[in-house]
Design a protein around this ligand. Structure first.
Ligand code: DOR
Ligand code: ZN
Length: 345
């Protein structure tokens, strides 16, 4: 196959940051995706409808004028111990807010304002179930006694499974699943439970973090897992099940924050997101399954119309730049300096 044309995809999990960094990364996403779910883990976190609408306006203002009508940011509220049920009603009424993100406090970048005890959120979760506003979940426990590679599995057992029983009508997106356990949980759960899968978790296993030395640009959260888990993710993504859809979790950090004695978690993939997914699907012999995963399943789950325009990828080798500009700092993309065999036309 020398080219493929698919309905323009959406990114159902994206970190855009704010200010100058936002201006630097936004064009990478807008050149390929029609819409993206925008993560609210800024500092300060986006905890109110007012903050989300102001952030949305900043994103739209950051566009080069020519792109303005072609990309839509879909906003998300950041759940805290104190998010009021009334805020959920306001979020739903705004029409611009498409979900609420659960970060267990301490689980990842800028999660300090996150939830310390899920029981504190029950009234708010009930309001979300009632108003049909999806819950997006960073599915890892933070207990230091739990091995870092087991945090997703333990989260399913301790938090997520009980939550689905308590709120059976709540729509939930289990974000960036990384394990066979998560794939199995989502597959067996009711139809209101779905999951996003990143390109990096489809392409890499945990050996990539330690390949002839420590590789900070392969460090993200949830951390890469062993090969058997990668195989399970690939099977889920390419298997045609509408519960699984594209979410890059592209998470830019400047070079100095990554190449650091205490480096930040996050892999930047927006520079070549759809090409990276195409590479993974091709390796699995399933390029014909890419369109539904990238362009249909997520829109259907979020009850949004499918896009009507299209994009084309050509089979053509190109070298990923060593770095991109990130507000005056270098930003090192995934697979910097190496070649990819699919290229967005
Ligand atoms: O690797 C990650 N980076 N995982 C997250 O959950 C957050 C993200 C970020 O914001 O940098
Ligand atoms: Zn994320």
């Amino acid at each position: 196959m020398t080219s493929i044309t698919i309905t323009r995809p959406d990114d159902w999990h994206l970190h855009l940051r704010d200010g100058e960094p936002l201006r630097a990364v936004l064009p990478h996403t807008a050149k390929q995706f029609a819409r993206a779910i925008i993560m609210p883990n800024l500092r300060p976190a986006i905890i109110t409808v007012e903050m989300a609408l102001a952030y949305r306006a900043r994103i739209l203002a950051a566009f080069p004028a020519a792109l303005q009508s072609t990309f839509e940011p879909l906003m998300i509220l950041y759940l805290t111990d104190n998010t009021a049920p009334a805020e959920i009603v306001r979020a739903k009424e705004s029409g611009a807010i498409h979900g609420v993100k659960l970060y267990p406090s301490g689980a990842t970048t800028n999660s300090g304002a996150g939830v310390t005890d899920i029981a504190k959120c029950y009234a708010t979760l009930a309001a979300m179930e009632w108003n049909d506003l999806p819950l997006l979940v960073h599915g890892e426990v933070t207990d230091p006694d739990v091995d870092v590679f087991d945090r997703e599995k333990v989260f399913i057992d301790r938090i997520l499974a009980p939550l689905t029983r308590r709120f059976p009508g709540l729509r939930i997106v289990f974000e960036h699943v990384t394990t066979r356990d998560a794939v199995q949980f989502v597959t067996e759960a009711s139809s209101n439970i779905a999951a996003t899968i990143t390109a990096h978790h489809l392409l890499l296993n945990r050996n990539a973090i330690f390949q002839s030395g420590i590789r900070p640009h392969h460090y993200c959260l949830p951390v890469l897992k062993r090969e058997t888990h990668r195989q399970a993710l690939l099977a889920a993504a390419t298997g045609g099940n509408s519960k699984f859809f594209l979410g890059t979790d592209s998470a830019p950090h400047g070079q100095a924050s990554k190449e650091n004695a205490c480096g930040c978690a996050g892999i930047f993939t927006a520079h070549a997101a759809i090409e990276l997914y195409a590479t993974a699907f091709e390796q699995a012999g399933a390029l014909n399954k890419l369109e539904a995963f990238a362009s249909f399943h997520g829109a259907d789950f979020y009850c949004l119309p499918r896009n009507t325009s299209s994009i084309t990828l050509k089979k053509e080798s190109w070298i990923i730049p060593e770095q991109y500009d990130f507000a005056g700092e270098p930003l090192i993309p995934l697979f910097a300096g190496t070649s990819l065999s699919w290229k967005l036309v």
